[in-house]
Design a protein around this ligand. Sequence first.
Ligand SMILES: C[S@@+](CC[C@H](N)C(=O)[O-])C[C@H]1O[C@@H](n2cnc3c(N)ncnc32)[C@H](O)[C@@H]1O
Length: 223
Amino acid sequence: MFSGIAGRYDLLNHLLSGNVDKLWRRRVARSLQSSLIQGARVLDVACGTGDLSLVLARAGEAQVVGLDFCRPMLEIARRKTETDSRAIPFVEGDALRLPFADETFDAATIAFGLRNLAGVSDGLKELRRILRTGGRLAVLEFSSPVVPGFRALFRFYFARVLPRIGGLVSGERGAYEYLPDSVSRFPDQKRLAELMREAGFENVSYRNLTGGIAALHTGTRAG
Ligand SMILES: C[S@@+](CC[C@H](N)C(=O)[O-])C[C@H]1O[C@@H](n2cnc3c(N)ncnc32)[C@H](O)[C@@H]1O
């Protein structure tokens, strides 16, 4: 599915969100600012076309690594960053079996990726495994809008309008029908925070973005 939409993925992200996705990614970088220091290693899991990896690399001095299992997405990420002064290695791999030793990274991110994994808890435990004790995790994901009227309007847009535009522009309507479907099955803000605690993270908190259309969860790997 992701191979089919890779070529139009960035365009549709910006179009369908009115560019708000860029703001959300900058929020992720800000939430990890203290980890983006020289010598630190940061893994961006399910990096797709590398937009968040780039924002993270540019926001500090850390060595950022991107990982995704979709080669066409990674090829776009590599092309996008080849002229950038910061080298970002993009690795092909599965988020549920990360090809890194335990406790390799000081921080990790996963943006709009956790929802797509076969098991959310398994994904969180794998992220915990590659983080050092005290390492920070940031999860950016679609969530549950918190204002009732806005929620109904957003659901109409997400379920009825977005698949049509996504289908027309990408030629892959199924992928943009899958999006609202997968979001409706994904845990809401509170439940995701619980799942993070259960997976071994502490100091877990979240912030609603754009009225809860998305949420940014952060936590620290417990010892
Ligand atoms: C919606 S895109 C998000 C991309 C990027 N993080 C962003 O913010 O735009 C989801 C990405 O997750 C990747 N993905 C899904 N399941 C994966 C898995 N098990 N292992 C690695 N990548 C995966 C897909 O290939 C796709 O690039």
